[in-house]
Design a protein around this ligand. Structure first.
Ligand SMILES: Cc1cc2nc3c(=O)[nH]c(=O)nc-3n(C[C@H](O)[C@H](O)[C@H](O)COP(=O)(O)OP(=O)(O)OC[C@H]3O[C@@H](n4cnc5c(N)ncnc54)[C@H](O)[C@@H]3O)c2cc1C
Length: 286
């Protein structure tokens, strides 16, 4: 199916994009890599009168340090998360997540900002963003603000970005010495959306966990922080007993829906299997 007709403009600045959006009313869509928005037009899930292309706006590009945080421009492509040494060193969960996202053709065009703004609950980058405790820099006509990842993802395909606002960048706090990460998903075929997935970041001293941050995806309406599983692990060594307690605690964190793929009980079971697998791998390095 072809998309309905729409006007197209390529914005040169954030202010220009936002004023074009305001002038056109709410019947507008921003374009980044296009790998979610273009299929949605072709499927006639939306039919905007105007598409505003953000890809040439310099303020949305670049990877640099700012006030001790890594600033990743929203237009950074998925493939850069695999290849960029700064992302590998400073935002390792994005680097670990990227190879799981679709296929090279999609990763060459898809952007980190687009993935976070789209907020598909089955996507890898949003969970990595929650686990790394990133902050999202959002521009509105009134100015810019930073929103912690835990408050950014509101519901399925819904974020703290208001209509007309633009996600400028992702700010990643610097990793602490000794920090380790784990990322994995259970999937029917490589490149498919995950049946369940998890991103984990941890800091241990003398083997005892001083910090642990766990986010799961494909388990509900948004990336889900596993608060109870984190509490079950804090201050303990990662071993069979603490892993078993964390897996049990996931029952308090997750309330997955029954869906056409499989029942909620199976999704919870898979989440427990996956978390146990990731933690067992962390045990070797923590
Ligand atoms: C066949 C296929 C398989 C895929 N498999 C996966 C997968 O396994 N895992 C996965 O995570 N994703 C997958 N994707 C989605 C892909 O990663 C998308 O590229 C990504 O979700 C959206 O990024 P984008 O840059 O293409 O955004 P676009 O499609 O351009 O935009 C997506 C949405 O975000 C908005 N938006 C984009 N940038 C901004 C911004 N800076 N500010 C405000 N709003 C913005 C747009 O208006 C739109 O609503 C797949 C896509 C396809 C086509």
């Amino acid at each position: 199916m072809k998309s309905p007709a729409f006007e197209y403009i390529r914005a040169e600045s954030v202010a220009g994009a936002m004023s074009a959006y305001a002038a056109a009313g709410d019947d507008v869509v921003y374009l980044a890599g296009g790998h979610s928005v273009v299929p949605s037009l072709a499927l006639r899930l939306q039919a905007p009168a105007l598409m505003i292309d953000l890809s040439e706006i310099a303020a949305l590009s670049g990877i640099s340090f700012q006030d001790g945080w890594l600033r990743i421009g929203a237009m950074t492509r998925h493939v850069q998360a695999i290849n960029d040494p700064l992302i590998a060193a400073q935002a390792p969960l994005f680097a670990a997540a990227a190879p799981f996202v679709a296929h090279p053709a999609i990763r060459n065009r898809g952007t980190l900002g687009g993935s976070l703004a789209h907020a598909d609950p089955a996507s890898e980058f949003p969970a990595a963003a929650v686990a790394m405790r990133v902050e999202l820099e959002i521009a509105s006509p009134k100015g810019t603000r930073r929103v912690p990842a835990d408050e950014f993802f509101l519901d399925i395909y819904e974020t703290a970005i208001e209509p007309g606002e633009i996600l400028l960048a992702i700010h990643v706090p610097s990793p602490v010495a000794g920090q380790v990460i784990g990322f994995d998903e259970i999937v029917r075929r490589q490149g498919d959306y995950a049946m369940v997935g998890a991103a984990v970041q941890a800091v241990a001293k003398d083997g005892v966990l001083e910090d642990i941050s766990i986010a799961l995806f494909s388990v509900g309406n948004r990336p889900t922080r596993a608060v109870a599983a984190q509490a079950a692990l804090m201050g303990r060594v990662i071993d069979d007993a603490s892993i078993a307690d964390a897996k049990a605690a996931l029952g308090d964190d997750l309330d997955p829906p029954d869906d056409l793929q499989f029942p909620a009980t199976m999704r919870l079971h898979l989440a427990r299997v996956l978390l146990g697998r990731i933690l067992a791998n962390l045990e070797a390095v923590a």
